[in-house]
Design a binder for this molecule. Structure first.
Ligand SMILES: NC(=O)c1ccc[n+]([C@@H]2O[C@H](COP(=O)([O-])OP(=O)(O)OC[C@H]3O[C@@H](n4cnc5c(N)ncnc54)[C@H](O)[C@@H]3O)[C@@H](O)[C@H]2O)c1
Ligand SMILES: N[C@H](CO)Cc1c[nH]c[nH+]1
Length: 879
């Protein structure tokens, strides 16, 4: 295929612009200049300062990045099929693409396409040197195959494009056809292309397209079969093209073909059934064209019908009929009534949507959906919106990478949970063996389900496998984090500013904001909710302040223990995928209650360099002294070592992603940093114990509340003696509730990684839970409180049907920063003591020293530590 390249400095004539818009894709050299408003698919070169995710979200189809551009190589948050890796000018002798091989080894090799920058000499030499006797593809094709192999296709085969190094002025039809026959596409500067009579000194677009696609015909007259389709891609008929007719079609923007009888055939010029060309493409083996057209009536077929293949069907027919009724419906017809009475149309849309929402039987769902589509199409036609307009909108939504929350309006979701599906309709519960379990994300439309195992059927090693959390490639993470930490240590604020620009897209002049903070207005409801949560969390954490203790261990020997706040603490408040003011509260309140003198809060800034207002408000309430506007490893390093503006702290607390956790571990192990950390707190986890008394909807809701945190969240269900019907009711609730979540894409990934283990008794459930040591343990059973005494390992426990996990996340009073990964076996969650250290003291009277002297001196002799013994003996003489 031919991909025209458009740069900002270029002025293209209107005819050429329109013709280029008919090709499947165009490439802009500057993303900010790219016109992503409609078709064709737009590719654009992006730079490190571009927000790739935002560009893709706004309609860019593919972002082109330098393959060795480390700044962009790890960008994420979207399907990597939307990236094209550009390999800068391969050297003359780089025929094995060692540039690509090298890049592939550093792990940036997932993409949808690669662009190879080759010289004209490389292209012609490669193909000219074909040895006709030799086996295998010619060298250029081999180069293309090598590129395909080295880059792992994200969601399908890798597309290879070839661009001419330096200037594309050197493109000739010969070079284009060499690239085309090697199976690659050619990127050609739009400035060297032309259409119609205006082609002097340029490559005529039709001829360039034929060459670049290697378009050929197996017919003796050399004509190329041309499939003609409408905007919905329904086939209207077949015609033929050659170079001349293709050039005329591209120049005029109309359906122009080559008639075997009449020669150049401008469709509809005599009948009025003209066609506006909306797209031109070439089939997979380059022997047919497809013209997508907007067809004027009476249609394409010589029998005065729209299509040579009979009438349209389904949605296309409905759209045609409704559009026709808009013009011709007789007075008194129902569709006419709907056009004339917008209140009636509105009522019918709402009514049909309700009926569709309530339908459960597949036939009823299809029936109700069809009704709703009819009224929706009437609404569209009434506002001059065509089916093609709706489809364009769908296609644009398909390009979105940032999903809208999609919450229903208040009242739209019934308050009461739905009754479980009747037992009769419930399928048998599947019991997959662990060895056969292929864990993958649920695809859209697929059921979102936990894997289900029966404890009776598991061997000991299979049960142990279920206790393991997913593997993290910690070496790879450390490899990325170490240079970040080193940069901050070496270059302080300057490095933090650079890294913040790189990872959080915020260009700032300073890193730190000091108290008092300028807290913006918050909605009353938000302020009140934060105030209430603060009060509860504070109340619970204040109650944890330890009392000092004093014990006289023997007469005259008094030992004391008292606590002191850690003076300078750093609190990491995550902010990558979600804004977490609740984490600011959970870290800030205990630090405040403990009495820490300096509370430094670090959180990633927003792209404009500001801090989320809710986090600012919490920082103000907990008495934070400074806010570090940075996230990730750079924020941790800044607090661990200090910079020109970031105060060095003594302890760093708070959850975060793998980079944050790795940086905390590095800092803790470096004696230069002299800093401690709270615990390793990774991806969120939940383990729900449910029995026959549990409400399936509640069980599902708790599981999903943690599954929505991230793709690696762990949701585990222990089903105690549940029947197949009860299990299926929970499974149905998980699926339906998940489908309604704005973060359904995350849940599709995390839920299948979780599992349900069917056990026969509560004792078995608790034994498994203690071995698993979950972050959150939820006991959803009538007698939940009876079992609390049996819990040995868990971060936080939620007791009974009315204790949802999210209350602990936000407001009940307990802390939500908890150990994950099984670390609840040996770590506590964050609490007031996290911010305290305990100091002991002793005071001996003369009698006390006399009483203990012999014991101490004997033990010192045993250890042969004479100075120890002497420190007592020297005093004993004076008593
Ligand atoms: N266990 C708990 O108590 C608890 C509580 C709340 C949140 N969490 C977890 O915390 C995590 C928060 O993670 P998050 O990503 O949303 O926010 P985050 O603030 O932890 O991480 C964002 C930062 O990561 C850095 N980063 C991103 N990509 C990088 C790359 N390629 N190389 C180096 N650094 C990079 C950036 O500096 C960015 O500022 C989630 O997993 C959530 O489940 C756990
Ligand atoms: N559940 C998380 C702890 O694993 C904390 C959190 C923050 N916001 C919502 N939840």
């Amino acid at each position: 295929m031919l991909v025209p390249k458009i740069s900002p400095s270029q002025t293209l004539g209107p005819a050429l612009k329109r013709a280029l818009g008919l090709l499947p894709s165009v490439l802009y050299t500057d993303a900010s200049e790219a016109n992503v408003a409609g078709e064709p698919a737009v590719w654009a070169q992006v730079s490190a300062s571009d927000d790739v995710q935002a560009l893709l979200n706004s309609g860019l189809s593919v972002a082109v990045i330098g393959a060795d551009d480390d700044d962009l190589a790890h960008v994420g948050g979207f399907d990597r099929a939307r990236l094209a890796l550009r390999y800068a000018s391969a050297s003359e002798d780089d025929s094995d693409l060692s540039t690509i091989t090298r890049a592939a080894t550093v792990g940036i090799n997932r993409a949808g396409a690669v662009i190879l920058d080759l010289t004209a000499q490389q292209i012609s030499a490669a193909t000219d040197s074909v040895d006709v006797e030799a086996q295998g593809p010619p060298p250029l094709a081999a180069l293309v195959r090598a590129a395909e192999r080295q880059v792992i296709g994200a969601n399908g085969p890798v597309r290879v494009l070839v661009e001419l190094s330096g200037s594309s002025e050197g493109w000739t039809l010969g070079l284009l056809s060499r690239v085309g026959s090697a199976g690659a596409s050619a990127v050609v500067d739009a400035g060297i292309l032309g259409v119609g009579d205006d082609c002097t000194g340029r490559l005529e677009l039709g001829a360039a397209l034929v060459a670049a696609c290697g378009l050929s015909s197996d017919r003796t007259d050399g004509l190329v079969t041309t499939v003609v389709v409408d905007e919905q891609r329904a086939c209207l008929g077949v015609a033929y093209s050659n170079g001349a007719s293709l050039a005329a079609a591209l120049a005029s923007g109309d359906g122009v073909y080559w008639s075997r009888k009449r020669g150049l055939w401008h469709k509809g010029l005599t009948s009025g059934a003209t066609q506006t060309l909306v797209g031109v493409s070439v089939d997979c083996d380059a022997d047919a064209l497809c013209f997508r057209v907007r067809q004027q009536s009476p249609g394409f077929c010589h029998r005065q019908t729209n299509s040579c293949f009979g009438p349209a069907a389904g949605l296309a027919r409905l759209a045609q009929t409704v559009a026709d009724r808009r013009l011709n419906a007789p007075e008194g017809s129902y569709t006419r009534r709907l056009f004339d009475d917008s209140a009636l149309l509105r009522a019918k849309i709402v009514e049909e949507a309700g009926e569709l929402a309530d339908a459960t039987d597949p036939a009823d769902v299809a029936f109700e959906a069809a009704d709703l589509l009819y009224f929706a199409m009437v609404k569209c036609a009434a506002h001059g919106v065509s089916l093609a307009d709706v489809e364009r909108s769908l296609d644009r939504k398909h390009l979105k990478v940032i999903r809208r929350p999609g919450d229903a309006k208040p009242g739209a979701i019934p308050a009461e949970p739905k009754a479980p599906t009747p037992a009769a309709a419930i399928p048998e519960v599947s019991r997959t063996s662990i060895q056969n379990a292929g864990i993958r994300a649920a695809l859209p439309g697929e059921k979102i389900a936990l894997r289900v195992y029966s404890a009776d059927e598991l061997s000991e090693s299979e049960r142990d496998a279920l206790l393991q959390r997913p593997l993290v490639d910690s070496q790879e993470i450390m490899r990325r984090v170490r240079p970040i930490v080193d940069a901050v240590r070496a270059r302080g604020d300057a490095a933090v500013l650079e890294l913040t620009a790189k990872f959080d897209g915020a260009q700032m002049d300073s890193v730190v904001v000091r108290a008092p903070f300028n807290v913006p207005e918050l909605p009353d409801s938000v302020r009140a909710a934060i105030d209430q949560a603060y009060a509860n969390v504070r109340c619970f954490h204040a109650a944890q302040l330890p009392a000092d203790s004093a014990v006289e261990t023997m007469p005259g020997v008094t030992c004391r223990r008292f606590s002191r706040a850690i003076e300078r603490v750093g609190l990491y408040v995550p902010g990558g995928t979600a804004v977490l003011p609740s984490s600011a509260l959970m870290l800030g309140v205990p630090a405040q209650v403990a009495g820490c003198r300096e509370i430094v809060l670090a959180t990633p800034p927003r792209p404009d360099g500001s801090i989320v207002p809710e986090v600012l408000y919490v920082a103000h309430k907990v008495g934070a002294t400074a806010i570090v506007k940075a996230g990730g490893a750079q924020a941790i390093a800044a607090m661990a070592y200090g910079t020109e503006s970031v105060p060095k702290v003594d302890k760093i607390c708070g959850p975060g992603n793998q980079y944050v956790t790795a940086a905390k571990m590095l800092a803790q192990n470096d004696s230069d940093a002299m800093v401690s950390i709270d615990m390793p707190a990774g991806p969120s986890e939940i383990l729900v114990v449910a029995d026959a008394t549990s409400n399936p909807a509640y069980v599902a809701s708790d599981l999903l509340s943690q599954a929505e945190h991230g793709p690696d969240s762990q949701a585990v269900l222990l089903a105690v003696g549940l029947s197949a019907a009860q299990m299926a009711a929970i499974e149905a609730e998980i699926d339906t509730q998940a489908a309604r979540l704005p973060r359904v894409d995350i849940v599709r990934q995390s839920v299948p990684k979780g599992f349900c283990l069917c056990v026969s008794s509560m004792a078995d459930a608790l034994a498994f839970s203690n071995a698993y040591a979950p972050e959150h343990l939820i006991l959803q059973t009538d007698s939940a409180s009876d079992y609390v005494k049996d819990i040995v390992n868990a971060g936080s426990v939620f007791v009974g049907h009315y204790s949802p996990e999210s209350c602990g996340d936000y407001a009940s009073g307990t802390n939500h920063t908890l150990p994950t990964y099984g670390y609840s076996k040996m770590y506590s969650g964050v609490n007031t003591a996290t911010f305290l250290k305990h100091i002991t003291s002793q005071e001996l009277t003369r009698d006390g020293l006399a009483n203990i002297a012999q014991t101490v001196m004997t033990l010192a002799e045993v250890e042969e530590l004479e100075a120890h013994r002497n420190a007592v003996a020297i005093r004993l003489k004076d008593l």
